[in-house]
Design a protein around this ligand. Structure first.
Ligand code: SAM
Length: 281
């Protein structure tokens, strides 16, 4: 019998965020592959887990995953953890997961903390959709290019950023995306947790001369799209369908108010447009 790969999420701050299942699995497997074994040893000690550890970090992913797949094929149960949060999310893991899958091994997620889901859960996003980017490139030309490509996104953008680069990132974001609302989520679930809503311009001014510490997630809201003027009701409905995340009902409400036309008139026209799209899906 082959072993399995458990992909285990661990706390991003508060150790009480460890799930019962994560603690049990880490105690039961034969081996834990960890991004930093010294870091994970502290977590294991806290939960009195004595399972052996093997290092699995970015530079060694390819080579180490061969060893781990061979051990699983020989019957060992392996758990993969990163320093904090969910492996594979801006963390090592993808190579091991792909190789394990190619070898026909079972891959079992053990869900739990992740900085992206924690930040998004407090962002109050209207539709619940978002675009997770993770870390933007360090080099300014590449970072600006990425931001440019995201400027028209109708989805909120979620970034991870290091405290050393945050000023430069916010400056680029304000220049390229324009002033926008964002959620600043620093040190989630830690002693100095600081989560609040602000704008890119206000944030740029506040942090300009400040030394920022700790870990950061930014949820940047979409810019306000410019609704076309002087078009027919149909054209405006088409525009909303392509450029917004609003439901048909909300679009009708907005268009009838903005254009001063009856809601039922707009609704009849919208039905035809939305029906056509659904038929083609
Ligand atoms: N795999 C992890 C996850 O599931 O969230 C992310 C790992 S990535 C290397 C580390 C980045 O995640 C940090 O630089 C920061 O942007 C974000 N992060 C991790 N813990 C955080 C926390 N407690 N508060 C805010 N951001 C955090």
């Amino acid at each position: 019998m082959s072993g399995s790969l458990y992909v285990v999420a661990t706390p991003i701050g508060n150790l009480e965020d460890m799930t019962y299942r994560a603690a049990r699995i880490l105690g039961e497997v034969d081996l834990i592959a960890a991004e930093d074994t010294r870091h994970t040893r502290k977590l294991l000690n806290h939960f009195q887990i004595t399972t052996p550890l093997i290092s699995y970090y970015r530079e060694k992913e390819s080579q180490r995953s061969e060893t781990l797949v061979a051990r699983m094929l020989a019957g060992e149960q392996v758990a993969l953890v990163s320093d904090a949060g969910t492996p594979g999310i801006s963390d090592p893991g993808s190579i091991l997961v792909s190789k394990a899958r190619a070898a026909g091994l079972a891959i079992i997620p053990v869900p739990g903390p992740s900085a992206v889901s924690a930040a998004v859960s407090c962002a109050g996003l209207e539709t619940g959709s978002y675009l997770f980017i993770g870390f933007a490139p360090v080099k300014s030309a590449q970072r600006n290019q990425l931001l440019q490509s995201l400027a028209d996104s109708i989805y909120p953008l979620v970034f991870y950023e290091s405290p050393h680069r945050i000023q430069r990132f916010i400056k680029s974001a304000e220049q390229i995306l324009g002033d926008r609302k964002l959620l600043w989520a620093r040190e989630i679930s830690k002693k100095f947790e600081d989560i609040h809503e602000t704008t890119l311009s206000a944030l740029a001014a506040t942090i300009a001369d400040e030394k920022i510490r700790g870990e950061l997630v930014l949820v940047i809201h979409p810019g306000s799209p410019v609704v076309p003027q002087g078009e027919s009701i149909e054209e405006i409905l088409h525009w909303y369908l392509a450029n917004s995340e609003l439901s048909m009902k909300d679009v009708c409400k907005k268009v009838s108010t903005d254009m001063g036309v009856s809601r039922s008139d707009v609704y009849q026209r919208a039905l035809v447009i939305w029906d056509k799209v659904n038929l083609h899906d």
